[in-house]
Ligand binder design. Structure first.
Ligand code: SF4
Length: 346
């Protein structure tokens, strides 16, 4: 199979394929107005091709097509002939778009029929079903790096999720954390920014809230110990590597210790800014960027606060005492990593 770019001169055959497959699989879900809108769009492309169009060919036979706009960042058409469904043609066409344009995210407005196919490719719903000019569609998004990290996390026995924003994050947390259960947390700018602490204080959970200002040192210590027996422990992380590992630096270990052992479920929330290529990059990013900013936030007087970078100090207020790499789990999906398409934390 070969993937080739299709120009205006060769437009009729691919548009005929699109129309045939649409009529068979998608038109039954649409009202007449939606079918007419789609036909009108196809006709307009026949007159003047405004999309980037690619075809999958076996010899001279056209098996399927994909068309994008905005330099490959949005899929407008994606159709494979019925007799070639399930043979990896769609995967190859999508792979061609990813490698040709190298966009961090790719969006699509999927028909209800195709939504499951897109989900299998790694797309996530951005919203519920919409209707415009009779066309029913679900806005979806693919994040290449998040998808890579999630695939690798699964190989390491950890679950991976991707959400577009804080609103979707809170919706997912409501599904993952049973009402009435006990929830502990680590200190985390990410959880503060996304409204997770407020969510946990809603009254639906027995939240082990270590942030109550009146708590004594000993009362806080008791909360840290209770975190080990919480049903869920939720925390941010220093970095998520693209080969599916979690890297953390901690000061007294209270955040990383329940990640390692204790709670039935550990939920880790990370913005896409925490995705790093590998462990070396994770360590570098954490020490040179995240830790100095965190030391500043915590009001420390460590050298990095003045210098803006780490000098591996031995200051009495040093916050980088524990370097913990989680490379896998015995208990499948005990750790669930949610990647949010926002820059969060440090
Ligand atoms: S080791 Fe010291 S200088 Fe380096 S980031 Fe940590 S606290 Fe700052």
């Amino acid at each position: 199979m070969e993937i080739r770019k299709i120009e205006q001169a060769g437009i009729l055959e691919p548009m005929d394929l699109v129309w045939q497959v649409f009529q068979e699989f998608e038109a039954p879900d649409y009202a007449p107005e939606g079918i007419a809108t789609f036909k009108s769009f196809i006709d307009s492309q026949c007159s003047q091709l405004t999309l980037e169009l690619f075809g999958a060919y076996a010899g001279e036979q056209l098996l399927g097509v994909i068309a994008t706009r905005n330099n490959g960042s949005h899929i407008s058409l994606f159709f494979v002939r019925k007799e070639y469904h399930g043979q990896g043609i769609g995967k190859s066409l999508f792979g061609h778009i990813r490698s040709s344009y190298d966009h961090p995210t790719i969006t699509v407005n999927s028909s209800p029929y195709a939504a499951e196919v897109y989900r299998k490719l790694g797309f996530t719903d951005l919203d519920s079903e919409q209707v415009t000019d009779g066309l029913r569609y679900i806005p979806m998004e693919y994040h290449a790096k998040a998808q890579q990290a999630m695939n690798q996390l699964r190989k390491n026995n950890m679950a991976g999720y991707y959400v577009h924003d804080s609103k979707q994050l809170l919706q997912l947390l409501a599904e993952l954390i049973p009402p009435g259960s006990t929830v502990g947390s680590g200190d985390s700018v990410t959880l503060e920014q996304t409204g997770v602490f407020q969510f946990l204080r809603s009254g639906n959970y027995n939240f082990l809230d270590k942030f109550v200002p009146s708590l004594t040192r000993e009362e806080k210590r008791q909360i840290y110990l209770k975190n080990f027996t919480a049903d869920t422990f939720i925390t941010g992380t220093s970095a998520v590597t693209l080969d599916g590992k979690l890297f953390n630096i901690d000061g007294n270990g209270s955040r990383v210790a329940p990640m390692l052992y204790g709670p039935e479920q550990v939920i880790v929330v990370a913005g896409v800014n925490k995705l790093t290529d590998n462990v070396e990059a994770a360590i570098h990013r954490t020490r040179q960027i995240a830790a100095p900013l965190d030391a500043l936030r915590l009001g420390k007087e460590t050298p990095c606060v003045k210098l803006g970078h780490c000098i591996d100090c031995n200051h009495k207020q040093r916050i980088c005492n524990d370097f913990v790499l989680i490379a896998g789990q015995f208990s499948k999906d005990r750790i669930k990593v949610i990647i949010v398409n926002e820059a969060l934390g440090y």
